[in-house]
Every structure is written in C-alpha cells, then in structure tokens.
Design a protein around this ligand. Structure first.
Ligand SMILES: [Fe+2]
Ligand SMILES: [Fe+2]
Length: 168
C-alpha cells in the first residue's frame, strides 16, 4: 500500500541537507540492471543483444543517478513546504541536467532501438520472458520522459529561483 500513515516518519521535520535519490527509483534501476545482467549471461543472440543494450544503458543509468535522481529526492520535502539547506547543490545538479538533457533523450532513442533488437532476437530464440523485460525497460524510459525528467527540471528551476530570491 502506498502513502504515508500517521505513525511513519518518512522525512525529518526540519530542513533537509544533501540531496538523495528516492529509494524507489534507485531500487527500480538496480532491479532492471540485475534482470538485464541475468539475461545477458544466458548468452546466444539475445544475450549478445542485451550486452549491447547494457553498454549504453549502464552509463545512462549512472548519469540519471548522479544528476536526475537527487533532484527528485527534493521533490517530496519541497512539496511539503520544507526548504533545502544548501541550494547550491540543487543548482549545480540543475545546470548539469540541463546540459545533459538533449543527450539523455538521444540515449533513450538509442536504448529503444537496442530494445527492439533484443526483442527480435528473443522472439527468434523463443524467449518470451525477455520480451516482457524489454516492455518493462521501455516503460521505465517513457515514465522518465513524461514525468521524472520534467519533475527534476522543475525542482532545479524552483531551487534556482529560491536561491535568486535569497540573494536579492
Ligand atoms: Fe532510468
Ligand atoms: Fe533513462
């Protein structure tokens, strides 16, 4: 069951310091990665195609974990009216994400092509489970493009605005 009950203490009541990825997103990345490494180890044409997919996906995941997820970690506290102690971290992440954003979308396009190759190989080799895993990964990228990337961008823009307001 999702949601916060009255007894839980998901966030400190005062200001937060240091931006951390939401655990749900970090877990999702770890789960997807584990699944792909397993499929890769099965070998064959499918394993080879998964290997090529991982070569693009691994650095892409790293970028997301470094520049996007920490911004998303600020989303919930900010929405609850809490402040970020040090805006400079959010601002530098925002700058990095803004400059990486077009490349990250290109990487998604590349990932989608590689997913298609894995699907084709998996169908030929009769590996139905692989096709389902590719659907899951494609959905992951779609959620990022439609929701998570824009949300991270908004957090960064909000932090930059707050910092400017503090200075003036
Ligand atoms: Fe991702
Ligand atoms: Fe992604």
């Amino acid at each position: 069951m999702f949601g916060v009950n009255a007894n839980s203490t998901p966030f400190p009541s005062v200001l937060m310091s240091g931006l951390q990825a939401p655990s749900s997103l970090a877990e999702e990345h770890r789960g997807l990665f584990r699944e792909l490494v397993e499929l890769e180890s099965e070998g064959g044409k499918t394993g080879k195609a998964v290997n090529e997919l991982l070569a693009v996906l691994e650095p892409h995941f790293e970028k997301e974990e470094e520049a996007v997820m920490p911004l998303l970690g600020a989303l919930r506290p900010l929405s609850e009216g809490k402040a970020i102690r040090d805006y400079s971290e959010a601002i530098s992440l925002h700058e990095r994400f803004s400059s990486d954003y077009p490349m990250m979308l290109k990487e998604h396009a590349q990932v989608k092509k590689l997913i298609e190759r894995v699907r084709t190989a998996a169908r030929k080799e009769g590996k139905g489970g692989v096709v389902a895993a590719m659907d899951e990964l494609e959905h992951h990228a779609k959620v990022e493009e439609e929701v998570l990337y824009p949300a991270a961008m908004l957090v960064g823009a909000f932090a930059s605005g707050k910092a400017k307001a503090k200075v003036s």
